[in-house]
Design a protein around this ligand. Structure first.
Ligand SMILES: [Zn+2]
Ligand SMILES: [Zn+2]
Length: 481
């Protein structure tokens, strides 16, 4: 799918302006994650927009890179841990004493990676790769440890009061909390530490977790800047040009973007990125963690990239509506495919002796869509004897004739277009004076398409094999009487 159509003219202008100014360096698109857990699909919009801009510029022969900053110096919170281990009580008990510790310093709960952060970083990246997003990861832990931020430490520790006064004056509605979070050298946690004073390049801090006071030179102190300071520094180190922000970050009085921008100008070099503004995703709870598995990338892209600045309310209904517009297998909407063809394709697949990894993507997504969104069983259901016994013989004969027409029409016109089929089908209904209102609800029940798609489509897309078998069962029932 060509995604460039999602770059609206406003955004195009923003891109062109900055690219026009920047001459002798690579354009940087940036965004951030915290490898503390794998969240649900809600936060994907930000990354899809960052990736959209990256690819759009690359197509225009702009040299561009997408940096994904992982805030893995951040302390783990109890809520993050709960989501991360999917509420596994045993793992929660085993790991809760790490809350407050930077995630890079915590062991992997599942034991398969070097540390906690590496585990969830890979889960997040796998998800991005599935969406064809391939950013470059930059660990914030490594940024601090390698000394990249040392120049900023000097600024912050020599001018801390100045920074506070500046923020108070420029953003009176914003309350400055901590500017730097020391990492306690005793307990290796940082959620309960406070700087007490800075004298002669020595920082005195205390930790209420282990009730200790420490004094260390600002060159040697471990810890991280508060987020707004951190991003202002990052902008200047990496020369970020474009970053996605939602409305919450763009409040002129207290929004992180404007605060970081002022801090950057006043203290750290003045660089700042242009905003790729996007609206937030509000999602029905029961859709959480189901969308990635159930929707082809094209549906997800349309879902998240349309109407960039508007908030989107995601419901099952909305997902179904979009899946009706997305074409798979060259000529059928994803929704129609799932309703009418997938059941028989699945039967064939499982009868073929192939193994699950050989399932093609459309079938894979279709199966999950059926399960999570439509909440139906995948395998086709033939008309049951119970149902047939309850039906009127005259109706069954009429329906049998209808099926005969469809089966023979489709075998003599194997590549007929849906439009032609529909037209001829409607002519038949008119000519034969078929009572649609009476018969179609019965047809739907017989073919397990109660809430499915239009009958003409059901007949068009269903395999003749299945229609034949259904027809055979009807005939048997008619002969019984
Ligand atoms: Zn692991
Ligand atoms: Zn401590």
């Amino acid at each position: 799918m060509d995604l460039d159509k999602f770059v609206d003219s406003d955004l195009e202008q923003i891109l062109e302006k900055r690219v026009g100014i920047v001459k002798a360096r690579t354009i940087v698109v940036a965004s951030g994650i915290t490898s503390s857990h794998l969240g649900d699909e809600r936060n994907l919009r930000e990354f899809l927009f960052a990736d959209l801009v990256t690819n759009h510029l690359r197509k225009k022969a702009v040299n561009v890179v997408f940096f994904l900053f992982d805030d893995n110096y951040d302390p783990l919170s109890f809520n993050q841990l709960k989501v991360a281990v999917r509420k596994d009580e045993k793992l929660i008990r085993k790991f809760e004493h790490y809350c407050g510790t930077p995630i890079k310093l915590i062991p992997d709960p599942y034991g398969c990676h070097d540390n906690y952060s590496a585990h969830y970083q890979e889960e997040i990246l796998n998800r991005f790769h599935k969406l064809n997003i391939f950013p470059n990861i930059i660990d914030s832990w490594s940024l601090y440890e390698s000394g990249v931020y040392d120049f900023a430490k000097e600024i912050v520790f020599t001018r801390m009061e100045e920074i506070r006064t500046f923020l108070k004056k420029e953003f009176p509605k914003y309350t400055v909390e901590k500017i730097f979070w020391p990492l306690c050298q005793q307990c290796h946690k940082m959620d309960k530490t406070t700087i007490d004073k800075i004298v002669n390049k020595q920082v005195a801090y205390s930790c209420t977790r282990c009730k200790k006071h420490h004094i260390v030179s600002w060159k040697k102190i471990k810890g991280k800047f508060s987020w707004k300071i951190d991003i202002a520094i990052k902008w200047n180190v990496f020369k970020s040009d474009f970053e996605p922000f939602s409305k919450a970050y763009l409040d002129p009085d207290v929004g992180s973007y404007f605060i970081a921008k002022s801090l950057s100008k006043e203290f750290f070099g003045g660089h700042f990125p242009e905003v790729i503004q996007y609206g937030q995703i509000l999602m029905d709870r029961n859709l959480s963690y189901t969308l990635l598995a159930s929707l082809p990338n094209g549906v997800l892209d349309t879902l998240f990239l349309s109407r960039r600045k508007s908030d989107i309310k995601l419901s099952g209904q909305k997902v179904i509506q979009l899946s009706k517009q997305y074409i798979v297998r060259k000529n059928i909407s994803f929704y129609d495919y799932v309703q009418t063809r997938l059941p028989y394709e699945s039967l064939e697949f499982f009868g073929s002796g192939k193994s699950l990894p050989e399932l093609d993507d459309t079938m894979k997504y279709g199966g999950e869509f059926m399960r999570h969104i439509l909440k139906k069983e995948i395998l086709p259901k033939l008309p049951t004897t119970q149902l047939l016994n309850r039906l009127n013989i005259k109706d069954l004969i009429k329906i049998g004739e209808l099926l005969d027409w469809v089966i023979s029409y489709k075998s003599t016109n194997p590549s007929v277009a849906l439009e032609t089929f529909t037209k001829d089908f409607k002519d038949l209904l008119g000519n034969e004076e078929i009572n649609i209102a009476k018969l179609f609800p019965i047809v739907r029940r017989l073919l397990s398409q109660e809430k499915g798609i239009a009958i003409n489509k059901v007949f068009y897309y269903m395999t003749n094999q299945f229609l034949n078998t259904s027809r055979y069962l009807l005939e048997k029932q008619i002969n019984k009487n």
